[in-house]
Design a protein. Structure first.
Length: 232
């Protein structure tokens, strides 16, 4: 069990925290990779797609007219799990197609669904901070196996606000939430993210779904949202 006092808002990670890593790794990532080239060729004339392709070209010194090389760069980023914002944005667009075609539903842990609903009913504002784009986050919760959970969340943050292991990202989130950092609880399965949030003054909770994993000595640690207690 982990008890947290005076929490006025909760910010949660997705992958490995509210939802299984395997869904993202074994379903979403392959879907985006397998459909990326066709999606780019069919939609490169659209403004929102072209903006991302141009950003890849600019970042990697590729001619903006060289679609083949741009696609290859995107595929390389997927293979190396690079948290590049243009890639994450395009992945979100491709995943939207998959969700709307009912090719899959996002996995959610039952305990996360239950506690997120309870916290929302208690009027505790809930937020998401993920390396996936805001669009991808919204699709994830809208098309979840537990139904449409999107209304539970007040707002979403992605790498546009900064990288997740940079404490300045959490300082920026705190400013947007306009409440004391020590009244915000951040949930994640990644120690580096928790360290950054803690440095910014957040309260932190290490969600380790593998009960046999080494218990964190720095951050309060749980294997289920049911083990999280909030007290005034």
């Amino acid at each position: 069990m982990a008890t947290f006092k005076n929490i006025q808002a909760i910010v949660t990670d997705i992958e490995g925290t509210t939802s299984s890593i395997s869904f993202v790794k074994d379903v979403l990532f392959p879907y985006a990779k397998n459909n990326l080239a066709q999606y780019v060729y069919e939609n490169s004339h659209k403004k929102e797609v072209k903006e991302q392709l141009d950003q890849v070209a600019l970042n990697c010194d590729i001619p903006s007219s060289d679609t083949v090389q741009i696609i290859q760069q995107l595929l390389n980023w997927i293979d190396s799990d690079t948290k590049a914002t243009p890639l994450k944005t395009l992945q979100g667009m491709i995943w939207q197609q998959g969700y709307e075609n009912n090719d899959y539903q996002a996995h959610m842990y039952d305990d996360a669904v239950s506690l997120l609903n309870q916290w929302s009913q208690k009027n505790i504002p809930l937020f998401v901070y993920s390396s996936g784009s805001v669009l991808a986050q919204k699709l994830f919760f809208k098309y979840s196996c537990a139904g449409n959970l999107l209304p539970l969340f007040k707002d979403h943050f992605d790498t546009h606000i900064g990288h997740k292991q940079d404490h300045q990202s959490y300082e920026a989130i705190q400013k947007q939430l306009a409440m004391p950092a020590n009244e915000i609880l951040f949930l994640s399965d990644i120690t580096g993210e928790l360290d950054a949030a803690q440095k910014a003054g957040f309260q932190t909770c290490h969600v380790l779904r593998d009960k046999t994993a080494l218990i964190s000595q720095v951050h309060p640690c749980v294997s289920s949202f049911q083990q999280i207690t909030l007290s005034r």
